[in-house]
Write a protein that binds this ligand. Structure first.
Ligand SMILES: *Cc1c(COP(=O)(O)O)cnc(C)c1O
Length: 390
């Protein structure tokens, strides 16, 4: 049977027969996104890791693994998922400020490619646990470069006042300390300055900082096998229909043009949102349309428990009515059923006149959507469907 697609590219047979709310993943969009990454990195010593925290759905992880990307992990649970999906353990990075002993042992037992170490206490514990297990831990230091990525305050990670990374002023003494530890193999330097970054200037500043550090450590005869610039490339939340692919070309060109990589040095990336953001849509049904004195509300069967980004970061998502046949528009607040005033997907949004039972698409929800879902109000977790066209 041939699928019928609506004007936004949704296979409507699949959408209409699936109980709402659910995540709809367009696997063709995911594949073309990864193909674009491959096109932009071919011929360069670049290795892209997928940050599993953006979307840990096993189907999504599996697809990405089969395209040869590595895995960026921030918990033992993600490490387990990456092992189950079959990522090569040498292509796994483990980041995070609070790795517990079992998580470190778990990573050591698989000889993972790199622990991205965020403090001296963590370094000492990794060394000690590696010693107990007769292992050598591969590590990189996560450096806090004090660069403001000009994004939302909850997703800026690279300024001196936030909890992530090692301040650049003390890096030298920390490196000296690491070089004396018997069970530590220092492989590289790691950076991650924030998320949903859509201008290149913060990445250019990052390259300048790294160039300065490399010049300095060259003089000391210290070579880093790996420079890891983290993730953070943003996606277009406003026009997903016309811009389904992130601007990988400008992003990778920024590093090709500004970063002076040394011989025998690999450049690693840890992309999350830009890989999975646009392939996912939250599909939900209108439970009620309600009017108060000044407002019209569309009340959905999806809420902040299914997609928390608008409530948490005041994030914008395009919202489309997939089934309305009305030709006139009306302005609505689009809300969920959860007992919190912040359970709002959008204020004052124009939609075709909307009725109970209409199907609504909340777009660009593939990253930090399903992976942040909760069971608050004892709601069920959203389920997922996967559409492949060709
Ligand atoms: C979250 C995270 C990423 C991925 O960030 P995106 O903005 O989704 O690309 C990469 N590296 C680290 C260390 C992270 O914590």
């Amino acid at each position: 049977m041939l699928d019928t697609f609506n004007q936004h590219g949704f296979a409507m047979d699949l959408v209409e027969k699936t109980p709402t709310p659910f995540y709809y993943y367009d696997m063709d969009v995911l594949r073309s996104t990864i193909d674009e990454i491959k096109r932009c990195t071919a011929g360069f010593p670049f290795k892209v890791h997928y940050a599993l925290k953006a979307n840990g759905n096993p189907h999504i992880i599996n697809e990405i693994m089969h395209h040869g990307l590595g895995a960026d992990l921030v918990s033992g649970g993600e490490l387990k998922a990456a092992i189950e999906a079959g990522f090569p353990t040498q292509d796994m990075n483990f980041s995070g400020v609070g790795k517990t002993d079992w998580e470190i042992r778990f990573g050591l037992s698989y000889d993972i490619g790199c622990f991205n170490v965020e403090s001296v206490p963590e370094l000492d514990v990794i060394n000690q646990l590696a010693q107990e297990m007769g292992k050598t831990a591969n590590i990189a230091f996560r450096v806090n470069p004090d660069i403001d990525a000009h994004t939302h305050k909850y997703i800026t990670t690279g300024t001196a006042d936030n909890k992530f990374g090692i301040n650049i002023e003390v890096l030298e003494s920390v490196i000296n300390h690491a070089l004396e530890l018997p069970n530590i193999h220092l492989r590289g330097l790691h950076f991650h300055i924030g998320s949903q970054i859509t201008i290149m200037q913060p990445f250019v500043m990052l390259c300048d900082t790294i160039n300065g550090l490399l010049d300095h450590y060259d003089k000391r005869g210290i070579h880093f096998e790996i420079i890891n610039v983290g993730g953070g490339l943003g996606i277009d939340y406003s026009t997903p229909d016309t811009h389904p692919l992130p601007d990988f070309e400008s992003y990778f060109n920024t590093f090709k043009n500004h970063l002076k990589l040394r011989d025998n040095q690999e450049l690693h990336f840890e992309l999350g949102r830009s890989i999975v953001g646009e392939c996912g849509t939250l599909i939900t049904r209108v439970t009620f349309v309600k009017e108060s004195r000044n407002k019209k509300f569309v009340i959905l069967d999806a809420g902040m428990t299914d997609l928390i980004r608008p409530a948490l970061y005041e994030a914008h998502h395009e919202i489309q009515n997939l089934t309305s046949r009305e030709s006139t528009q009306a302005v609505y607040d689009i809300v969920g059923p959860v007992c919190e005033s912040s359970d709002v997907f959008a204020h004052d949004r124009s939609l075709p006149v909307t009725h109970r039972g209409d199907l609504i698409a909340i777009r660009s929800a593939g990253a930090y959507g399903e992976s942040m879902a909760s069971r608050y109000n004892m709601r069920a977790l959203p389920h997922s469907v996967f559409h492949t066209g060709n």
